[in-house]
Design a protein around this ligand. Structure first.
Ligand code: TCR
Length: 850
């Protein structure tokens, strides 16, 4: 029960053809009965056109003088009904001779079948090719794009004029990358085309580090459960872009579900099999499928085809059941007296009921119906894409035969390529000529098969579904995807505007989680695809400047992260500045101290002849005052940005200042001490000669100067930029150079202070004629307390506060000395002038307590 067309008599050779003229077979009612060849239903206008194109092409070749001049081609075409079983049946029929199912290969009718065009979808071609391949019967496919058909071990005699889906899936991934989508769903038809297509798509996605959000199949026969799985996946997923790898026939029930569930706001990436399908591209589906973008094999214009297609009428041949069925289906009428049943349709639709696409009509066809009035896929020659593949497949076969007949041996060494006589040759001899065949098509394209029978180069059109002025869906070409062996190139036309079916009409974005903003990095979620992640803020000192960074980058030594962690900014520099409150206060304090000291000096100068001033060794007092000015003002060297010179100057000035001060005090106390020792034997107090006291001062100061010079020469303090990476700030500080020297210069000062303290302490029982002894003891105590408490305070602070603590200590000790030594005296000089007499000051009796 095979239907089709034969035109084989009087021809040298015959080419077989397999086309899906019907969409399915009718399920048999009686499974226990005798095995019968199934009946078909669901007339497929597109398949019918493909078949007509094959006939047209063969006619064209037979008319041409340049191809096969001495031979004519016949054809034998069967309907596969888009089912594997029917395809197998027809393949057997080809191999055995007309419809006799006994293997008597290529003989029974004396016709010479040389090769076969087709079998439509991949699953059919795979099935057919497994049998035809046994005999190396050449088979040129026009629409089976499944990647496994490239495997010459399994399918030795298969060639095709459509690119493998390996290329299409690569193209899809390139397109997805181009638009910046990373999270894409995939839906496949439940057949070789869909499954292998999605498999190769997934592989390509993975190797590009993109993620497939879900991968579902559309059932081929009604299964509500499976269909709902697919629909729920689409609804639930955050993926806005979905790849649909299926043929239009299998897709249509899914489209109905999408409409039923009102799923809009999705962008569909169409595989080549439905991108230009009239079945799906209906204006009523536009709200759901508008903006679809996908790939299509190149379009062409076939001269003469339109006329040939129109030249069809059932009255020409009463036995031409297909034409009668075409007529009946197209015009919705019944041809009188024909045996062709009218539009049987047993398809079970997705609601589980029988779905009648066409209503039964009692109306009889008149034969007067006008094809011109018909809007029908069969007659639509605006999108000749697969149709062109059919034409080229036939041409490939013809060119192969032509070469064979001319004995135009292929360049490649091949044992099968022999010079044989037409039509007496083995099919595998023709196969050898077909492999690596090159020819030019009517529209100037170059077709070249590689060793696997695939197209070596070519291109896809990139189409976008838009709505035209007439309210119809227009397939607008927006670019091309060119491939040549393993090189490819995606070109989007510059002036093409794309339509996107999104709320904003803008480019949809399809992500699992939004790109991480600057300042954060991607954190993997355990057990989830790489496209889903958490955004983790960068740590201090680390930044991510661009969105979507995987890692935060550490800032340079001199830099630190800003608050948002989006940028490295120069670290804040830290030092005790004059301008800031603390620095300013300290400056005021030190100037004030200096002024007070000067005031004391002025008082001393004015009252230089009074006993009190005289008795306390005027010169040493002046030296002390001078040194206090130095120490107090030296604190200003600690403020401001440290520089090499100021680092050197500050320690040395301070040490020298204190040295001068303390040695002068020592000059005074030492004479007290001697006075005390002497007074033990003698009754009268004697004082040391003033020159000796000054000598002591001189020696001490010179000694200190010596050590200081050595310090400065050998290992001086230097400015130092403290930029430890974990620091938020750059701290400008002084590196003290040699700690030994530092300790010795200040150790010397401490020694002097100790001596001062001891000398006055020992002499404390002495009637304090000079009144000064106790003051100095007290001053030294203050001095020690200040500097002893300085040490822990200094060690526990950081940065500029360290310096501030030091200045505090300097100021406090200087103020202490000033306060303890000079203020009581100024008090007497200025406010109690009566007590400033010879007796009270220089007498034997201590006066202070009184
Ligand atoms: N390859 C599909 C079938 C197919 C098709 C088409 C069917 C393709 N393109 C266009 C109808 C119309 C691509 C397969 O099964 O390999």
């Amino acid at each position: 029960n095979l239907t089709g067309y034969v035109e084989a008599k009087n021809h040298s050779v015959v080419i077989g053809g397999l086309f899906p003229i019907h969409s399915r077979t009718i399920p048999t009612d009686d499974p226990d009965g005798e095995p019968v060849s199934a009946m078909c239903e669901g007339f497929n206008f597109r398949g019918f056109r493909w078949m007509k194109t094959m006939i047209h092409t063969i006619k064209e070749i037979n008319e041409r003088k340049d191809i096969l001049p001495n031979h004519t081609l016949g054809y034998q075409i069967f309907d596969t009904c888009y089912t594997i079983a029917k395809t197998m049946e027809t393949a057997l029929a080809f191999l055995t001779g007309q419809e006799e199912f006994q293997p008597n290969f290529r003989n029974s009718t004396g016709k010479y079948l040389v090769g076969i065009i087709g079998a439509g979808g991949s699953s059919l071609s795979v099935a057919a090719s497994r049998i035809l391949g046994l005999y190396y019967m050449p088979q040129v496919g026009y629409t089976s794009s499944c990647p496994i058909l490239s495997d010459k071990f399994q399918f030795p005699s298969y060639l095709r004029t459509i690119p493998s889906d390996k290329i299409q899936s690569e193209a899809m991934v390139t397109l997805i990358k181009h638009f910046g989508w990373v999270w894409v769903g995939a839906i496949a038809a439940d057949d070789d085309y869909g499954k292998y297509g999605v498999k190769s798509f997934r592989e390509k996605m993975e190797s590009s580090n993109l993620c497939v959000a879900f991968s579902e199949t559309i059932p081929k026969v009604y299964s509500n459960e499976k269909m709902q799985n697919a629909v729920t996946a689409v609804k639930k997923s955050t993926a806005r872009v979905i790849v649909l790898f299926t043929t239009d026939i299998d897709l249509s029930p899914f489209v109905l579900e999408v409409v039923h569930h009102n799923i809009t706001d999705r962008t569909w990436i169409a595989s080549e099999a439905w991108i230009t399908s009239a079945l799906i591209a209906k204006p009523e589906y536009f709200p759901y499928f508008g903006g679809t973008i996908g790939f299509a094999v190149p379009r062409t214009i076939i001269p003469g085809l339109k006329e040939f297609l129109y030249d069809i009428h059932p009255s020409k041949d009463p036995n031409d059941v297909l034409t009668i069925e075409f007529w009946q289906t197209a015009f919705n009428c019944t041809w009188p007296n024909s045996s062709v049943p009218y539009n049987v349709d047993h398809r079970v639709n997705m609601t589980g009921k029988e779905d009648r696409l066409y209503d039964m009509s009692d109306q009889l066809c008149t034969g007067e119906e006008k094809l011109e009035d018909l809007k029908n896929t069969y007659l639509d020659v605006s999108q000749l894409r697969i149709t062109n593949n059919v034409k080229q497949a036939v041409y490939a076969m013809a060119y192969g035969l032509d070469r064979l007949s001319r004995c135009d041996l292929p360049k490649r060494e091949n044992a099968d390529a022999k010079c044989s006589h037409m039509p007496d040759f083995e099919p595998r001899e023709l196969l050898a000529y077909l492999k690596e065949l090159t020819f030019t098509t009517h529209d100037g394209r170059n077709i070249h098969f590689d060793l696997n029978g695939d197209l070596e180069s070519g291109y896809y059109d990139i189409l976008n579904w838009q709505i035209d002025n007439a309210g119809e869906i227009a397939f607008v070409k927006v670019g091309e995807y060119k491939f040549q062996q393993s090189n490819f190139e995606l070109v989007l036309l510059k002036n093409a505007t794309l339509f996107w079916n999104t709320e904003s009409s803008g480019l949809p974005d399809s992500v699992c989680t939004k790109l991480c903003p600057p300042g954060t990095r991607k954190g993997i979620r355990q057990g989830q695809p790489i496209c889903c992640f958490d955004c983790i803020p960068c740590a201090d000192g680390y930044v991510s400047e661009k969105p979507g960074q995987r890692e935060c980058d550490a800032c340079g030594e001199d830099d630190w992260s800003n608050a948002q962690k989006s940028k490295c900014v120069p670290k804040e520099v830290e030092f005790l500045a004059y301008e800031e409150a603390l620095g300013f206060t300290l400056v005021i304090l030190s100037i004030f101290g200096a002024l007070v000291v000067l005031a004391v000096t002025v008082v001393y100068v004015i009252h230089r002849h009074t006993p009190l001033v005289k008795a306390n060794d005027r010169e040493l007092s002046f030296l002390i005052q001078m040194s206090l000015v130095i120490t107090v003002l030296s604190s200003m060297l600690f403020i401001g940005k440290p520089l090499n010179w100021s680092c050197m100057a500050r320690q040395v000035t301070l040490a020298l200042g204190f040295c001068l001060c303390l040695s002068s005090i020592l000059g005074k106390t030492i004479s007290l001490f001697f006075a005390y020792r002497i007074s033990k034997s003698k009754t009268r107090l004697i004082s040391m000669h003033p020159i000796i006291r000054k000598l002591i001062v001189l020696i001490c100061v010179l000694g200190e100067i010596g050590v200081c010079s050595a310090y400065l020469l050998l290992d001086p303090p230097r400015m130092y930029k403290n930029i430890e990476p974990q620091n938020v700030k750059i701290i400008f500080e002084c590196n003290e150079g040699s700690i030994e020297f530092l300790c010795s210069i200040f150790g010397f000062d401490v020694l002097l202070a100790l001596l001062c303290f001891l000398t006055t302490f020992v002499a404390r029982q002495l009637p304090d004629n000079y009144y000064e002894g106790k003051c100095i003891t007290f001053a030294m105590l203050v001095f020690f307390i200040v500097w002893i408490s300085f040490v822990p305070a200094y060690l526990s602070t950081k940065g500029k506060f360290k310096v501030a603590v030091e200045i505090f200590a300097i100021l406090a000790s200087s103020y202490g000395l000033l306060g303890c030594i000079f203020l009581p005296k100024c008090f007497i000089i200025l406010l109690r002038p009566k007590r400033n007499t010879e007796e009270t000051v220089g007498g034997r009796v201590p006066t202070v307590d009184r």
